[in-house]
Design a protein. Structure first.
Length: 162
C-alpha cells in the first residue's frame, strides 16, 4: 500500500439533548433522561462517522444524501445511514482501515458504555475493534457541551484503495 491509495475523511455532528427522546450513540441505547433531537434517531456519533466515510470517498455529506426534510428518513436508524455511507465508499473501490472518534458530553458519563459502543461500531463497519477507537470527553462546564445542552462527535476515518 502506498500513500497515494490512502484517503482521510473528517466528520462532525452535534445535536441538542431534550427530554422524551432515547439516547443512542454508536448504535447503542444509553440509559439517560434525555435523548438527542433530530429528524432521524440523531445518533451524533454515527452521523459523524458516516460523514467521515463520505468525505474520504469524495461523496456528498450525510445531510445532502439523506435530507432532514425528507419524510423517508423520519426516525431513521442511523446504523442504516452509516451502512449506506460505507457502501458508497466500497463502491468507489475503498476499504475502511480505521476510525477514531471523540464524543463530547458532560452527561451522561460515557466511560461505562465505551466498550459496547466500540464493539457495535466495529461490527457495523466490519473492521477489527482494534482499528476503531471512541474517546469520551466533557465540556469541562463550558459552552453548550459543558452545560449538558448538546452532545457532539468528531470522527476521522482512514480508507485505502482496495
Amino acid at each position: 500500500m502506498n500513500h497515494e491509495s490512502l484517503r482521510v475523511g473528517l466528520g462532525w455532528d452535534r445535536h441538542l439533548l431534550v427530554p422524551g427522546r432515547p439516547l443512542v450513540l454508536g448504535g447503542v441505547a444509553i440509559p439517560y433522561e434525555k435523548g438527542l433531537l433530530g429528524h432521524s434517531d440523531a445518533d451524533v456519533l454515527l452521523h459523524a462517522a458516516a460523514d467521515a466515510l463520505l468525505g474520504a470517498a469524495g461523496e456528498d455529506d450525510l445531510g445532502t444524501l439523506f435530507p432532514d426534510d425528507d419524510p423517508a428518513y423520519r426516525d431513521a436508524d442511523s446504523r442504516d445511514l452509516a451502512r449506506a455511507a460505507l457502501r458508497r465508499a466500497v463502491d468507489r473501490g475503498l476499504r475502511l482501515l480505521s476510525l477514531d472518534a471523540v464524543v463530547v458530553a458532560e452527561r451522561p458519563k460515557l466511560a461505562p458504555h465505551r466498550a459496547a459502543i466500540r464493539a457495535a461500531m466495529a461490527r457495523l463497519f466490519e473492521i477489527d475493534p482494534a482499528r476503531l477507537n471512541v474517546k469520551a470527553k466533557t465540556g469541562e462546564g463550558a459552552g453548550p457541551q459543558g452545560r449538558g445542552e448538546v452532545i457532539e462527535a468528531t470522527v476521522v476515518a482512514l480508507l485505502a484503495a482496495r
